[in-house]
Design a binder for this molecule. Structure first.
Ligand code: PLP
Length: 485
């Protein structure tokens, strides 16, 4: 059996040459080779293997043979080489650092008995946000009626309630047939990308993004082209950048509104400009609106689909965030506007939806209850409510840290602070996240985890109670008082 893994051989070669990950990234950039820090870190951590061109670069930079790096060279040990099973090369460029190497390290630390302050994942339940009682009661009552598969798109009652919600949001031309339930929005993002993208098709995705969009577009064979959201303009999409990045292979644009990770909420004028661009270039609009009910400061959330009756739009939402039931796995997508131009694509969506049989039926059974009547989430987002007060608190605390700045979020429950990279000499934000974890036992996600291409941001989930946020911000302040990479 082979004694070493690729990661071990790579580390040996790096040690022998006295080269660190940053050195390889720098050499790659000098040679015009595309090698991101997330990629190299995945190779070193044994998460993935490099493509042929990257392997060639690594072998040359580390002065070893490619065959040796890949473990193909005979070891002259006399041992029989066993066949190894590798994951598909389709995963080579797929990243999902929200649950990536830093989280693996946090898990190891927890296994060793340490307590980690987790500010890394938008999962409301562990922070004491409870599912409304009525939702639980109704699910219990219906449980025995939910033993079989439902129709592929979902139960009539659920889709009817979603359709009425679409009417309230003024989303045009929606019938019950245009609504698909999913095991969370996650499943539907995957399905939508798989049904649309041929190899090499381009799709515009924000940077920073919720990384599942980029991952699913890439996995489907498409090319995720990132447009910049501009921190100087409240993190709104940069229209000029979007226009610059459209080619004749661009099929669609994704927006995330309200935004994860920035907490931005796009006003009508910004949405209108995106619609104008999509209209001019005949793009599909995918709008991820899972945080649409978590909007503060008396602002109104506008569904972009309501401004684009002549375009084909898909709007995504669900109960994971607004109803604090992420674990039940229920989300939906609403097809709207000009469905005629997307007839064939819709056939593809139906086919994939049929293939997964249906989404979780007990969770579908409470959609009607959840969407109607009193919305307990409203109490959280007003002054005095937990989400509102926690946002106020974390925002003020962060501004109080020398070298940190941030835009005040208007929605969702994330804040995306900026670090003064010169002051802290930060070259590698994953290293920063690991250092913070090891030294202060605080787990955050670094900006590159959201396809943000500078090492100067990180995301905090401000779902924990103020006492916990206080402890976290004090530790952060202390960390940034001495940190230098
Ligand atoms: N879209 C965005 C912007 C998210 O932040 C998340 C989860 O964090 C999802 C989709 C996935 O949600 P779901 O739980 O419905 O799969």
């Amino acid at each position: 059996m082979l004694k070493e893994t690729f990661a071990e051989r790579l580390k040996t070669a790096m040690d022998l040459q006295g080269k660190k990950q940053v050195d390889l990234i720098r050499i790659a950039s000098l040679q015009g080779v595309k090698l991101g820090k997330s990629h190299i870190s995945q190779y070193v951590n044994g998460k993935t293997l490099p493509r042929e061109d990257i392997l060639h670069f690594l072998a040359e930079a580390l002065q070893v043979k490619e065959e040796w790096l890949m473990g193909k060279e005979n070891q002259t040990t006399g041992e029989t080489e066993m066949r190894e099973f590798k994951k598909s090369s389709k995963l080579d460029n797929v990243l999902y650092d929200v649950r990536g190497p830093v989280v693996d390290e946090a898990e190891k630390m927890e296994d060793a008995g340490m307590q980690i302050l987790k500010l890394n994942i938008g999962n409301p339940a562990p922070f004491g946000f409870k599912t409304p009682d009525e939702v639980i009661y109704d699910m219990r009552r219906q449980l025995t009626d939910c033993e079989g598969y439902s129709s592929a798109k979902g139960l009539f009652s659920a889709r009817k309630a979603i359709m009425q919600y679409a009417q309230i949001k003024k989303i045009p031309n929606v019938t019950i047939e245009d609504i698909y339930t999913g095991n969370g929005v996650s499943e539907l993002i995957n399905l939508s990308m798989s049904a649309l993208l041929d190899n090499g098709d381009e799709i515009l995705i924000p940077s920073p993004d919720y990384p599942l969009w980029t991952a699913c577009a890439t996995l489907a064979g498409g090319k995720a082209v990132h447009y910049i959201c501009d921190e100087q303009s409240d993190w709104y999409p940069d229209m000029e950048d979007i226009k610059k990045k459209i080619t004749d292979r661009t099929k669609a644009i994704v927006i995330i509104n309200p935004n994860n990770p920035t907490g931005a909420l796009y006003p009508r004028e910004v949405l209108q400009q995106i619609v104008d661009i999509a209209r001019e270039h005949q793009l599909i609009i995918f709008s991820d609106e899972i945080y649409d009910r978590l909007v503060m400061d008396g602002e109104e959330h506008v569904s972009i689909a309501s401004l684009a009756p002549d375009l084909f739009c898909i709007t995504y939402s669900g109960l994971s965030k607004s109803h604090m039931i992420a674990g039940f796995r229920i989300g939906w997508m609403i097809l709207s506007g000009n469905k005629r131009i997307a007839k064939d694509y819709i056939e593809g969506l139906k086919m994939l939806s049929n293939m997964r049989l249906c989404s979780n039926v007990p969770a579908q059974s409470i959609v009607q209850t959840a969407l109607g009547g009193h919305q307990s989430v409203n109490d959280y987002i007003l002054p005095g409510g937990r989400i509102y007060e926690q946002r106020e608190f974390i925002y003020k605390q962060l501004l109080d840290i020398p070298g940190i700045s941030c835009v005040k979020p208007k929605a969702a429950f994330y804040i995306f602070p900026k670090m003064d990279v010169k002051r802290f000499n930060i070259l590698d934000d994953e290293k920063f996240a690991l250092d913070l974890l090891r030294e202060k036992k605080i787990l955050i996600v670094q900006g590159s985890g959201f396809n943000w291409h500078q090492p100067d941001h990180f995301r905090i989930v401000y779902l924990p109670r103020i006492e916990v946020l206080k402890e976290a911000s004090e530790k952060l302040k202390d960390f940034f008082s001495y940190y230098h990479q």
